[in-house]
Every structure is written in structure tokens, then in C-alpha cells.
Design a protein around this ligand. Sequence first.
Ligand code: GLN
Length: 227
Amino acid sequence: MEISVKNKIFHTQDLCLRTNLRCAKNSARMENIMSEKVSIGILAVQGAFAEHQAMLDGLGADTFLIRQKKDLEESVQNGGLQGIVLPGGESTVQGKLLRDLGMSDQLKELIEAGTPVLATCAGLILLAERVSNDDRAYLKTLPVSVKRNAYGRQLGSFVTDAEIAHIGTYRMNFIRAPYIAQAGEGVEILAEVDGKIVAARQGRQLVTAFHPELDGDTRIHEYFLNM
Ligand code: GLN
């Protein structure tokens, strides 16, 4: 039987439903991913990691949670780390836990060595070389300056539709979000909202100021898996 989702035709046996998520395992753009399972480690010390995991599982990735140093070390030893997700949450808490758990150096090395990373909201702050309104910076692998809690108290959370390069129009959920105030060399600006950079890529680092894991649109995660 065939089903039409967003004007695409899928066979029912290829559709999987999970946390409100629709994915077509055999859609053309997912062919790479499904022909070879990609193993993705999701940082799970705090924040919205479960939603990223549900979305990536739905896309056919082989996910695991990184809760402590040994999770990271074991996956690297087994050759089972083809991508990393740094979820939204609270960057000050995540940054402190990364240091306390002894994971900062290895994560930084892996990202600098080219392991693909998808970092959203607080995750973007963790990667930024500089935080313009805070003395703290964390992994510093991405040559950008970010502003934390950049939309003030009134506009702490909002949803807006905007264009993302290579992806198209996208519904963006901002939750006490940062934006990229300055982007350094080699950073491709993928999306702007009100003249502020809210999505970017440099090499294999893909960052969004908003939460792409929240409302069932899998295109950013697909883009990440194909990076
Ligand atoms: N305000 C958080 C911070 O500064 C980020 C919010 C989020 O990840 N949704 O870390």
C-alpha cells in the first residue's frame, strides 16, 4: 500500500512511527544511510538528548548515549563513532559536567579530527570559540562568537518559519536560544532570522540555535547523517 506524506509517495512497510515522527526508510535521500548503518553518539549528561535519539533511530541510525567517559572511549575503540550530537539544554551545566567527567579533551580532539557533529542550542554554545556575554567557553572548535539567551526574557521562546540553505523552509523552535553574533573563516551561514545567524556549518560541524529535534521534521538530521 502507498501513503502520501508531504507530497511524497511511500510504501506503508517503509514507514516507521515513533514519537510523532514520520520517516521513510527508503526515500531517495536516505539511501546512503540505510545501505550502511551509521553509529551516532548522543551526549546525554543533561538536556534534550532523548528527542534527538528518537529522531535518529527513526532515520535508521545506530544510536547510543554518551553519559560518561567510558561510553566515548569504548565507542572509539570499537570504531563505532561516526557522528556526535550535542543537544540543547543548559550549556553551563553541560560544560561543567563535560569537564568533571573528563570528556572535554577527547570530544574536542574527535571533533577537530573531523568526526561529524550536530550541535543544537546549548550544544552550539559548547562548540563556540567565544561567548560574547559570558566569560566561559568550552570546546572551542567552531570559529564563531555566540550570544547566550540572546532573545531576552520576553522572547525567550518562539517559533518561526525561515529558509535554511540546502534544506528549504523550516519551522524553527527557539527556547532561550543563542545566536551567532560573528562567524569566522570557513563558516557557511545556513540560516538567518531577523538578520541574526541561527544555523551554520563549518567542515563537519553543523550547528543550529533552534531545536530541530522537536516537531518531527527530520531534514536537519538527514542532512547531518549525509554530511
Ligand atoms: N539558554 C541555554 C544556555 O545558555 C540554551 C537553551 C537551549 O539549549 N534551549 O545554555
